[in-house]
Design a protein around this ligand. Sequence first.
Ligand SMILES: Nc1ncnc2c1ncn2[C@@H]1O[C@H](COP(=O)(O)OP(=O)(O)OP(=O)(O)O)[C@@H](O)[C@H]1O
Ligand SMILES: [Mg+2]
Length: 385
Amino acid sequence: MATVSNPKASLGGQGAAPFLQIKQIVKKFDDVFAVDDVSVDIQQGEIFALLGSSGCGKSTLLRMLAGFELPTSGQILLAGQNIVGLAPYERPINMMFQSYALFPHFSVWDNIAFGLRRDGMPKAEMEARVEQMLELVQLKQYAKRKPHQLSGGQQQRVALARSLAKRPKLLLLDEPLGALDAKLRERTQLELVDIIEKVGVTCVMVTHDQEEAMTMATRIGVMSEGKILQIGRPSDIYETPNCRFVADFIGSVNLFKGAVDVDMADHVEITSPECRHYVSHGITGTSGMTVHVAVRPEKMSIQKELPRDDERESAEEVGFNIAQGVIKDLAYLGRLTTYHVKLDDSAAVVKVTHTNAARHDATHLTWGDRVYVWWCGSDVVVLTR
Ligand SMILES: Nc1ncnc2c1ncn2[C@@H]1O[C@H](COP(=O)(O)OP(=O)(O)OP(=O)(O)O)[C@@H](O)[C@H]1O
Ligand SMILES: [Mg+2]
């Protein structure tokens, strides 16, 4: 997964006060906590993604930032000022909605000019601003067209231009690419990041698509049931998830439930029904504790023969981090193949992804093959919740 990082965004660097501070925000609808004690600091120039499945409270949180919804409790500070009491139009914020309704009978030009005209901006200034926005989203030659004469991606860019026309300090995007098909989505993600970075506007976006969050955001907050479970850069969240929900939500993961046998400062040993695990780093846990060992499918190796001891990461790992089973399913995806291996003596099916590089073509594994699956003790994450 490619990550576009914004070099201009300082990720919580010392000194600079956060541009946007969300402090212990709660939103209750009747007795449901739609947003449940969320705190996040966002730096100027960041693209921050709220990621989570449907109904977890993403839009509600964004709507409170925009001022369309009043928090039950908590504070929202923008450049140090508490904005909770301000009406939407009093906030230097613009929100692009989940369904970005452009005015169908207005031209592209008039759609972008709409908010400026309503604010009574002088004509010459307004014209210059609209032209500048058209330039920014590269739609100058489409200015006279109506929305239905544009592709989905182009309409998306008009919506973005309209949101940026008033030069908001904070841009809120709710599922900005929800209406686009997969291929166009991917391209438009990069275009949007490019435009947002060019303008330098701080952005909070909402998505339920993890690849979209990984591609576009400087940092991600993973939400579930109104709470933010983990905040971090895309690579942090992928490589070191802090709980099972995050590990499973971001990408694909194999989880082994087991008990800690040996708990040393530099390594731990864990026994699960599938195998014995050697983890080459310490954990915050204790002997006897139940934990989950998380291993990404691409970190696993697969072959018919038992790997030689010298193929393992270290001598300590021999006899650990290895299981035998049968290939039950395989998905050939061109660039890579995913094998589903049913392990012996357990109900577990592990997923192993193998990059289809020429050097391994000789192995040619298929349905029904008996295989060994193994991995390195430095590639696992031990999850205690
Ligand atoms: N006005 C409302 N009145 C009552 N409950 C609401 C209201 N708005 C949202 N909710 C509830 O709050 C919870 C969070 O909703 P929200 O729209 O924030 O979810 P979401 O994460 O944006 O989901 P999606 O990905 O489907 O857009 C849901 O359980 C929803 O039913
Ligand atoms: Mg929503």
